[in-house]
Design a protein around this ligand. Structure first.
Ligand SMILES: *Cc1c(COP(=O)(O)O)cnc(C)c1O
Length: 347
């Protein structure tokens, strides 16, 4: 095959395999769907749209709304069908991608697809941020930093992020703080990016906003950075129906807090229960999932699946030997998980 660039040969597929199970705790989705009334309102607005017409070129209406809600300049906002696409656009634009290991696998995958030079710095003991190593490795390019971190669930300290933001300015690189799980941690790192054009934030509607199926996320950045990302993406990239749905949820965001409160309460309950497990060990989490160390991830995964509970294996990542990732769902779902998990000990 001579059609494609050599670096795309042997590209590993994204590590996801679909499995069916009654209790689905494998993709960090919201356990609750969007409230029915909001869905109906979104459908009414979609029906009123002219489907023969292109949407706005850069989602101007939504950017105006987000700008007012977040007090962020409109020119510094980029909307896309999923923050994964923003990660790809940033990786295409980047001189180099700097990553952590383990981390969200799409950063490495996007850099590889883009053919962008890539380096990763390992997390320290206890999943701590390797600040010194990152400061010296960060010599330009784009550093992707999920905070709270995926897939460990840890929240990195603010002081460390200040240091990285300063370093980004010094080397004229870009620190991208991926805030996919911020609602579950109650954090907001926009203060870092307001004064420093070398910091950008990624946010998604896929987790706390319960819109994983809709595909939408946004970047908050300086007008200069946002301008490059907008031009790397194709024009008219955000579909009109997606924009209509986002308008409705931004006008009625009350449901988000309810879902987040439920997830946080279940997360703490399940964490506490797992501390009593004879062989499994949960790590503290500020997200909507728990990372759990088991003596044998494959066996634990199969045991849970045989009892109708689907989780995600993480044991192929360096430093995560034996680990499973369990999305926090509704109480009944977590009861089913706990019953199955404690069944392991006596099996
Ligand atoms: C889930 C997740 C996202 C969301 O990606 P979308 O494409 O917006 O669904 C982004 N970053 C991290 C770290 C995630 O875990």
């Amino acid at each position: 095959m001579r059609a494609f660039k050599a670096h795309l040969r042997g590209l590993a597929p994204y590590p996801y395999k679909k499995e069916e199970a009654p209790v689905k705790l494998d993709q960090n989705e919201s356990p609750l769907d969007l409230p029915g009334g909001l869905k109906e309102e979104a459908l009414r607005r979609m029906a009123r749209l002219p489907w023969n017409r292109y949407p706005e070129i850069h989602a101007e209406g939504l950017r105006r709304r987000l700008s007012a809600l977040l007090d962020w300049p409109e020119e510094g906002i980029v909307l896309a069908p999923g923050s994964n696409l923003l990660i790809l656009a940033l990786s295409l634009a980047a001189e180099e991608v700097l990553d952590l290991v383990p981390s969200f696998p799409h950063y490495a995958h996007a850099a590889k697809v883009a053919g962008t030079p890539y380096r990763a710095v390992p997390l320290l003991e206890g999943f701590a941020l390797p600040l010194e190593a990152l400061l010296s490795a960060f010599t330009g390019g784009v550093l992707f930093l999920p905070n709270p971190h995926a897939p460990t669930g840890a929240l990195f300290p603010e002081e460390a992020l200040w240091g990285l933001a300063e370093r980004a300015k010094e080397v004229e690189g870009l620190l991208v703080v991926d805030e996919a799980y911020r609602e579950f941690a109650g954090t907001d790192f926009s203060f870092l990016a307001r004064q420093n054009p070398h910091v950008a934030l990624l946010r998604t509607f896929s987790k706390a906003f319960a819109l994983g199926g809709i595909r939408a996320g946004y970047l908050l950045a300086s007008p200069e950075v946002a301008g490059v990302v907008r031009e790397v993406l194709p024009p008219f990239v955000l579909p009109a129906h997606t924009a209509a749905i986002l308008e409705v949820v931004l006008e009625n965001p009350g449901y988000v807090e309810k879902g987040v409160a439920l997830v946080r309460a279940e997360r703490e309950r399940v964490y506490g229960e797992l501390l009593r497990h004879p062989t499994w060990r949960p790590y503290p989490s500020r997200t909507n999932f728990l990372l759990v160390k088991t003596p044998d991830a494959e066996e634990a995964f199969r045991h849970l699946l045989a009892r109708g509970v689907l989780v995600r294996r993480q044991d192929r990542y360096p430093g995560l030997e034996g680990c499973l990732r369990v999305t926090i769902g509704r109480k009944e779902e977590m009861d089913a998980f706990l019953r199955a998990a404690f069944g392991v000990a006596y099996a």
